[in-house]
Design a protein around this ligand. Structure first.
Ligand SMILES: [Zn+2]
Length: 104
């Protein structure tokens, strides 16, 4: 965990509610490059949402939810069968942040 990534989520994310909580949980588990692994079950337990709702939230954070207004992707998800997903924080502000560019 780096507080730097948590700060990006707190200050730069456009999301709110459960989606913001998902990003915070992922940032809490992320390494210095902004990547982390966490199972869907653990993430749904942390955020206190059903796994079905969590899948919708992840799509929204990836900018892939057709039901939500378009917005920039703040997360990419490498979905793996039989293993924890790999998450990478991709908030647009991170692309121009000197510290994030140095760490990635
Ligand atoms: Zn940064």
């Amino acid at each position: 965990m780096t507080l730097h990534h948590l700060d990006h989520v707190w200050h730069d994310s456009t999301h709110r509610g459960s989606a913001l909580l998902v990003l915070l949980a992922i940032a809490h588990n992320a390494n210095e490059a902004g990547e982390g692994q966490i199972t869907i079950r653990t993430l749904s337990t942390l955020v206190r949402v059903e796994t079905r709702q969590l899948h919708y939230i992840l799509q929204r954070l990836e900018g892939k939810d057709a039901q939500a207004p378009p917005g920039p992707a703040e997360l990419t998800v490498l979905r793996r069968i039989g293993a924890a997903n790999v998450y990478r924080l991709t908030l647009p502000a991170m692309a121009t942040c000197p510290q994030c560019r140095r760490l990635s």
